[in-house]
Design a protein around this ligand. Sequence first.
Ligand SMILES: [Zn+2]
Length: 72
Amino acid sequence: MKKFLVIYSIIFLSGIFSAPPVFAETVVYNVETKKVHKVTCPHAQKCTKNCIKIDRKDAYNQGGKPCKTCGG
Ligand SMILES: [Zn+2]
């Protein structure tokens, strides 16, 4: 049972870190300007320094504001 959990965790974690997130809920959040971007937004693709990929609800919970270009 314990071994199963370990294997499951490895599969789960490697899925997060290897594949680009394709979940609809994942957004790019600029921690400096607090702007929330869709992953496909041009601003998100230019933003490499202060941006993190997080869940949309987490971004807004942290005070995120929707980007005017992509709507967040
Ligand atoms: Zn945007």
